[in-house]
Ligand binder design. Structure first.
Ligand code: SF4
Length: 325
């Protein structure tokens, strides 16, 4: 299984590989370095190095992931690259459509193509669409992203190489910020990151601070202004109407047994995830999962927040779905 060390996802899936540089954020592209390394190691999938390639066989991989998870699509490429055919992009979307228990996080720098072809794609609620915004020169990507009818729209401001003082956050659900890492990283100023955090707070947009980066990113850590910021988006309820999808969403948990009882995720995470998996299995047998629950269970969906912020502020009650009985 392609587990990921990226803090805001769990698995990676690369139905395409290869790319070329499109803006300043690409300068020290990790995918390019890794592709060359994998080619040198003789890995078949990377035999053409960093040239854009479609991998039909990789389309089957998500069908083998039975448990709910968040999946980063194309960590080694850009799905909306001009050399990826519309037909293949539609196949990738069909796989995402057919696996509603997985959340697919698609990130692109080719926002113009996204804006152009999004009507020809099927946008199910488990597809989160994002654009990279590394500095003000590429801020137009946000307007392109807004055109796509994704359940969650997000910005990846990584590597953040300049200030973003006036982000247009209308219709945006989540912002990730991170500094550059590697041998010659361009520094990220603290005020750039705190400014984005403040704009997110003002507009009630989830904020995730991934890392400071630098030559030793582990040592630099991911504490910003004395806190960890590990927020995940709350899908727009109007666009996110299917209760079963809420239930099987890996970052929404079913809590029990009493109302007004909220748990910190570290106490309940594994138990609740097991429960969700169990319900998913029941659902696969076409029975109504809600009828399988003991009567005393009181179901509440809470937003997962972890780290210092969750300890300081109680989890937010998002919905109280009496429709679940
Ligand atoms: S768009 Fe992404 S994958 Fe492509 S060169 Fe730039 S950083 Fe690398």
């Amino acid at each position: 299984m392609a587990t990921s060390s990226i803090e805001w996802t769990e698995l990676t899936w690369n139905p395409t590989t290869g790319c070329d540089k499109v803006s300043a954020g690409c300068k020290f592209c990790y995918a390019e370095i890794m592709s060359r390394r994998l080619k040198a190691m003789g890995v078949e999938k990377y035999k053409d190095g960093f040239k854009v390639r479609e991998h039909e066989a990789a389309l089957m991989i998500p069908y083998s992931w039975k448990k709910p998870a968040m999946v980063f699509v194309n960590s080694m490429s850009d799905l909306f690259h001009k050399d990826v055919s519309l037909e293949f992009i539609q196949k990738v979307f069909a796989v995402m459509n057919a696996n509603p228990h997985l959340i697919f996080q698609v990130l692109t720098k080719r926002s113009e193509r996204l804006a152009e072809i999004h009507p020809q794609l099927q946008w199910t609620q488990n597809i989160w669409m994002g654009v990279s915004v590394e500095d003000e020169r590429v801020i137009h990507r946000i307007d392109d992203l807004r055109k796509a009818p994704a359940a969650v729209r997000f910005l990846s401001c990584e590597p953040l190489i300049g200030p973003l003082k006036k982000l247009k956050l209308k219709g945006i659900d989540w912002v990730i910020v991170g500094g550059e890492s590697g041998a010659n990283p361009r520094p990220m100023k603290e005020e750039w990151a705190t400014s984005i955090r403040d704009q997110c707070e003002k507009h009630d947009v989830a904020f995730f601070f991934k890392q400071w980066g630098g030559r030793n990113k582990k040592a630099a850590g991911r504490v910003l202004d004395g806190e960890y910021y590990d927020e995940f988006p709350t899908p727009n309820s109007k666009r996110f109407t299917c209760v079963t999808r809420w239930l099987f969403h890996p970052y929404w948990f079913l809590c029990a047994p009493a109302p007004n009882t909220f748990y910190h995720e570290h106490d309940t995470c594994s138990f609740l995830r097991e429960l969700c998996h169990c319900l998913w299995s029941i659902n696969e047998t076409n029975k109504n999962p809600f009828q399988q629950l003991p009567a005393q269970w009181f179901m509440v969906l809470v937003r997962r927040e972890c780290g210092a912020r969750a300890v300081e502020s109680p989890m937010r009650l998002v919905t109280f779905p009496d429709r679940l009985t």
